[in-house]
Design a protein around this ligand. Sequence first.
Ligand code: FAD
Length: 405
Amino acid sequence: MICSEPSELQELVRQLHRQASPWLPAGQGSRLHWGPPVLPAPGEEQPLVVSTSRLDRVIEHCVGDFTVTVQAGMPLAQLQAELSRQNQWLAIDTPWGSDATSATDGNQGSIGGLVARGLAGGLRQRYLGVRDQLIGIGVLRADGTAARAGGKVVKNVAGYDLMRLFTGSWGSLGLITELTLRTFPRPPQRRGLLLQGDLSALESLRRQALAAGLLPQRLDWWSPALADGQPALLLSLVSVSAEAIVDQLTQHCQAAERAGLRAERLDPEQLQALESAGRGNAGSPGPEGQWLLQLGVLPARGAELLADPALRGLRLSLAAGAGQGIAWAAAQEVPNHRVEQLRRRCEALGGFLTVLQQPDNSGLPAWGDSPSRPLIEAIKREFDPLQQLARGRLPGVNPQPGTRV
Ligand SMILES: Cc1cc2nc3c(=O)[nH]c(=O)nc-3n(C[C@H](O)[C@H](O)[C@H](O)COP(=O)(O)OP(=O)(O)OC[C@H]3O[C@@H](n4cnc5c(N)ncnc54)[C@H](O)[C@@H]3O)c2cc1C
């Protein structure tokens, strides 16, 4: 169901609450099927979807304050295009499977969907994750009550921090209607470097790059399957000055040479093409029957993950400073048991593995029980007492009790 006005949406949510009907909050609907299945109402085949896709306007862009307030259904691609007219941007990664250069690519999804999924890529390294860039939020609770937290200025910590609670909530706590986010000036100069060779030499270069006075904009590990058979580090540099960026590049190249690594300098177009390959290439979010995994390890253990045999055949782009990334492979390239093995390995390296998409019948739980499961369930009961929202899909609660994860 799609509403064009916030008041219509509120009335719809109130009515669904009176009827105790289950429903699923949605943005553009580009990735609704990823993660654990959502249970429909008894007798129905599909869950009822309440879409915010027509709530797609910029409410206020305070150019001088570097903040923007938008309706939740605003497509990310369109918002970036509007901000770029003021030479600003949201320092948020383009989601996996979408085209960063297109202002109309629906696969990028809505800003509300992006916050609800709470995933971040390599930009997290320098700009932190999406939850840290959120400074205000408007939501509709399950009974239709409108609630607000945060504000429209960067230094504002009034009230409960609903921003962090709703980031990564997967539509399980309420419907996000409005968001205020920080914007950043667009850096005019970009260059890149692709480094390949011995894994321990790459690891020491990774540490040096992250300890440098000028942090790279992003630094991503690439698994051998993504980088033509050898592990790689993709370094993206930004600056306001052309000389400064050439200087930084030269320093990184010299360090790579000393370590016996192969270094390929990348101009902005080459860098963009490689970043796109690290997002599974522009286009569809991948056919059914493809593995898509979100995973993380302690940042210092990334190189160990890259060397692990469980990763064989999986294309992985992992933010080398934050330790989080996305891995994918065609169904026939990776058997189920290897994904289970990889999950155990990620956990042993201080991290996690979430199955976003899996081949039919593989039957792996999307996620396991978090140690804070009782707290998560208590919050869910508070926000959604009739268990209407995203029934069967609660991050941190194993959707298949009794299944080993
Ligand atoms: C680097 C990176 C990689 C990513 N890779 C993936 C990936 O591989 N898989 C993936 O699923 N996502 C990924 N994401 C997140 C992705 O951005 C979102 O899934 C996408 O933005 C969805 O947008 P949508 O409008 O199509 O949402 P939908 O597909 O409509 O919904 C996505 C999810 O968000 C919830 N939701 C949507 N809108 C609202 C709202 N207004 N209020 C409350 N809940 C809402 C839905 O219930 C659902 O759980 C990635 C993000 C980044 C930054």
